[in-house]
Design a protein around this ligand. Structure first.
Ligand code: SF4
Length: 953
């Protein structure tokens, strides 16, 4: 064991070897990219970590974080034993007494057992960047509480939902740019670390092959450093750029018309007459009920050859048909209709490059030129791969059409309150170019594409929250209509975070950022126990950081905390730990079993599904226990049905046993490789008792290569759709038409307009739902602008994750702290000097919600209307076992102090989030800067009180 602070060198390269080196493979978790690694051990200790050259994701490449995992393992900030807040001490003081695991389990079993038997919704489970939501979601569902979510709501749910509701898949784990075949690559709003090593490898190959790389971002850092061109853009305005590009592409007819006619809902006829069908797709009554988001069938198109309506879906385009994309028509019953593409054309008629220039700051001529580049590359440099395939309507295609324009986007688009419609606009831009699952364009990764809308509704029936009863559906899902919202008959939210309510109807990942505020307020009801796993809600994972820290300590009139029992499970002493009543010490990723499952977030590649595992390379330190084991133990003690045998005994010995033997449906488990009793089956098959060993022997990864004719056009590729259904990835095998026009969004709008007979929003939310649930994309300013004096606060303020650290995880890592121990506010020299602030000088940054003091660095790699900094470098003094006075707390700062978690809403307040998905509007804040006085101390403000040391190694 290393002796920290002893003065002894950590590593002596001249020391003689004491033992042979042993090499074990596992999967990295220094960020969420999940590269394959090799841990080199001597005398049972990890001495070196490198990339696994035989791993399909990173092919041996490793980054600074990955190789520094050794210092995470040996960090002085590790939590080593369960801790209980000392009687009489206050939350936040960090005064704990060590307890045994048996006592911790007894406490939890008793408390949670009582809640489950009386009022299960009083238990809330919210997890951070965990990679086992299939397990944590199952735990909540079996407990019977709807109050569950992971980090997605404050991360990038807009990116996931905006794309999935439009093309059936999204970026990163769900899909990505085919840089092997693209000729033009546009990266927009992407932080450095998403899909980090794979993206770096692909970008290197792309550039060497002569590809052209354009980066559109307010800041030129990371990947953008090797871009052929950087186009600066103002934060929150990307949607306006996409609308202008659509204006140009449609206006100049640089679009893939055959693709739009056959594979999208562009030709489907939308009802124009006022009434309850207004804005929905016309249908043929003789062919059954009208289609909707959940059952997208029975739609009509206008055949120009016949001069009348024809069935558009699911029958598809007849060979002799010429489906209209433009025009207005009248059906035989007199209903006025138009193809949805006509409505899109009308929508973008006024979104000219000149209009977008005033919003984005990008010159109109450059927008026009970019549109031409995109269109001409997609259409004029198109190519065909000699891969025959069969579409969902039985048509055999001799080749596969390539469209060599690829995009990549992430949180820069998503983390705005206009992000969902922005991402919809991007997905539609990619669709009109014909790039969806096409060679050289955007490609899906299994189990995507999903249906539009995915066949997973979220739990939504208040009457079915019952004592000792699992929910009849998972807590998270994808609503397809107002009838699927999680609300009471009066429209009030069912969930503590207000997800799936009229406030944020399509909040597919939940709204973790609302939990503490709502629970403190008892809105819509008080809860009893909040279990937080691996989320630093008392610091960088929360808006209004100081306010939320106060809330965690608020008491009611009887002296009871408003959130009566707070359980925190983490591997390290984050700022959140000090507020816990009970602390559960998690292991590191090198000490446990983990799965990157097809039931959750696998590491699939374009060519086919891939899942992987972690296996322990060293035993748990101290009394650390993997959170997965904690959940399996609690589920067994609480006798959840899925975890209990018929004779009342526990079903699963431990987490590895659970992974091998649990089946979500017959033959479908957490791992898809080496199934069947002898390990001969893949993807689907009986449980295999030796499955872990087989993964361990095979670099901890299983990769399945789809045949070439199932690797493209998977929204409509019948053999692939059949295969995906057979393997349990989909419930149906019908095609997934791209939703340029969203009748799902329109169904919410009609409800808000009072035109339908079903559920309707409360009066205070009618106008909001009507405005934002537009079936066509549109750009609107971030919601915060409406309550901000933008002349007084003229600058946008944003953060990025540094390439060398993952959120707050690495401030306890000795090697990575040498790269970042404090942060600056990066400001364009024009902006900084106009404000009278010197390079390296101290300044005040003020929003209408708060202010902070920090140091400035001049940077020409940021557009003049934006200031930015690294996320989560600043720390509370003493947290993460950092010495009081460490750079992180003295010179580092957190931009979160300037952000509000709620905005004014009439007479009340509402979450500072996207009104459709509930995505946190992290990047919407507006600020101003001014120099600090010369006499002021050279230290950042605000500062939190020093946290007590809770655990030493
Ligand atoms: S990119 Fe992420 S997963 Fe890959 S080596 Fe680096 S830290 Fe590990």
């Amino acid at each position: 064991m290393f002796k920290f602070l002893s003065g002894a060198p950590l590593h002596n390269p001249t020391a003689s070897k004491t033992a042979e080196t042993e090499v074990k493979t596992t999967t990295c978790y220094m960020c969420a990219c999940r590269c394959g690694i090799r841990a080199h051990l001597r005398d049972g200790e990890v001495k070196y970590i490198d990339g696994n050259p035989d791993h399909p994701i990173n092919k041996g490449v490793i980054c600074a974080k990955g190789s520094a995992g050794i210092m995470k393992q040996n960090s002085p900030a590790r939590l080593m034993q369960p801790l209980l807040r000392k009687p009489g001490s206050e939350r936040g003081a960090g005064e704990f007494e060590p307890i045994s695991w048996e006592r911790a389990f007894d406490l939890l079993t008793q408390r949670l057992g009582h809640l489950r038997a009386t009022d299960p919704k009083k238990f809330a489970l919210f997890t951070g960047r965990d990679q086992m939501q299939a397990l944590t979601g199952l735990f909540a569902r079996q407990f019977g509480t709807p109050n569950y979510a992971a980090h997605g709501g404050f991360c990038s749910v807009n990116m996931a939902a905006g794309m999935i509701y439009t093309v059936g898949g999204s970026f990163w784990e769900f899909g990505g740019p085919d840089l092997e075949r693209a000729k033009l690559f546009v990266m927009i709003g992407t932080a450095e670390d998403h899909h980090s090593n794979p993206m770096k490898i692909a970008l290197g190959q792309f550039k060497r092959a002569g590809g052209r790389f354009i980066s559109i971002n307010p800041v030129r850092t990371g990947y953008s450093a090797i871009a052929d061109e950087w186009i600066p853009i103002r934060p929150g305005t990307d949607g306006a750029l996409f609308m202008a590009l659509l204006h140009e592409l449609i206006g100049t007819d640089l679009i893939d018309r055959p693709f739009l006619q056959r594979y999208t809902n562009a030709p489907q006829l939308v009802v124009l007459d006022e009434g309850e069908r207004e804005g929905l797709f016309a249908f043929d009554p003789a062919a059954g009920p009208p289609g909707d988001g959940r059952h997208p069938h029975n739609k009509l198109a206008w055949d120009l050859t016949r001069g009348g309506p024809v069935a558009a879906y699911p029958q598809g385009l007849e060979e002799d048909c010429s489906l209209a994309l433009e025009g207005h028509y009248t059906l035989p019953d007199g209903t006025r209709v138009a193809p949805s593409f006509q409505l899109l054309r009308e929508r973008v008629a006024d979104t000219t490059p000149e209009w977008a220039e005033g919003i984005t700051g990008i010159p109109a001529a450059r927008i026009r030129e970019l549109a031409r580049e995109l269109g001409e590359t997609a259409l004029n440099q198109a190519f065909e791969l000699p891969i025959p395939w069969t579409d969902a309507w039985g048509k055999k295609h001799a080749t596969t059409q390539g469209r060599p324009v690829a995009f990549h986007a992430m949180r820069g688009l998503a983390a705005h309150s206009n992000g969902f419609q922005t991402v919809r606009a991007l997905a539609i831009l990619m669709s009109v170019l014909g790039t969806i699952d096409a060679p050289g364009g955007f490609r899906h990764k299994a189990p995507y594409p999903r249906h539009i809308v995915p066949n997973y509704r979220a739990f939504n029936d208040p009457d079915l929250v019952q004592p000792n009863t699992p929910l009849n559906a998972a807590p998270l899902g994808f609503p397809a209509s107002p009838e699927e919202l999680a609300v009471h008959p009066d429209g009030t939210p069912l969930r503590i975070d207000h997800a799936f309510s009229w406030e944020h109807p399509l909040s597919a990942h939940g709204m973790m950022h609302n939990v503490i505020t709502n629970a403190t307020r008892g809105d819509p009801y008080p809860i009893d126990t909040l279990l937080i796993f691996m989320a630093n809600m008392a610091w960088n994972s929360t808006m209004n950081t100081m306010g939320v820290r106060d809330m965690l300590n608020q008491k009611d009139d009887s002296g009871e905390y408003k959130i009566p029992f707070l359980v925190v499970c983490d591997a390290f002493q984050s700022e959140m730990v000090a507020f816990a009543d009970l602390v559960l010490p998690d292991t590191t990723y090198l000490e446990r079993h983990d799965v990157m499952s097809m039931l959750d977030r696998p590491i699939s590649e374009f060519e086919g599904p891939v899942d992987s595992v972690r296996v322990p390379v060293v035993p748990p330190s101290g009394q650390c226990k993997p959170f997965q084991e904690v959940l399996i133990e609690l589920a067994s003690r609480l006798k959840f049905p899925a975890f209990t045998r018929e004779d009342g005994g526990r079903k699963f010995k431990d987490y590895p046993d659970f992974v091998v033997n649990y089946q979500a449906q017959p033959g479908v488990g957490f791992l898809m490789g080496w199934r069947g009793k002898d390990g001969q089956d893949h993807l689907r098959g009986e449980p295999n008792p030796n499955q872990w060993e087989m993964y361990a022997k095979n670099n901890c990864v299983f990769q399945y290569h789809l045949p070439a004719d199932q690797q493209y056009m998977r929204n409509w590729n019948q053999p692939y759709l059949d295969f995906a259904k057979e393997k349990g990835w989909r419930q149906r095998n019908d095609p997934v038409q791209l939703a340029l026009y969203s009748d799902t969004l329109q169904s919410f709008r009609l409800a808000a307009q009072g035109k339908t007979r079903g559920r309707q929003p409360p009066e205070r939310l009618r106008a909001r739902v009507e405005k934002y649930f537009d079936p066509l994309p549109f750009w609107y300013p971030p919601l915060e602008d409406a309550c901000t004096d933008t002349e007084a606060f003229p600058l946008a303020a944003i953060t990025q994750r540094p390439m060398a650290m993952y959120h707050s995880w690495d401030s306890q890592n000795d090697w990575l702290r040498q790269i970042h121990s404090h942060n600056y506010l990066h400001v364009n020299p024009i902006t900084a000097s106009a404000a009278g602030i010197a390079d390296g000088g101290w300044c005040w940054v003020e929003s209408q919600w708060g202010r902070l003091r920090c140091m400035v660095r001049y940077s020409e790699a940021v557009e003049p209307h934006t200031v930015w900094t690294w996320n989560a470098i600043g720390k509370a003094s003493g947290a993460w076992q950092l010495a009081p006075g460490a750079d992180e707390s003295r010179k580092g700062f957190l931009l979160n102090h300037l952000i509000t978690e709620e905005l004014p809403d009439g007479n009340g307040r509402i979450s500072n989030s996207d009104p459709i998905t509930g995505q946190a509007g992290w990047y919407d804040v507006r600020v101003r800067i001014r120099p600090a006085e010369a006499a002021e101390p050279a230290e950042t403000l605000p500062r939190a009180a020093t946290v007590h040391t809770v655990a030493a190694r």
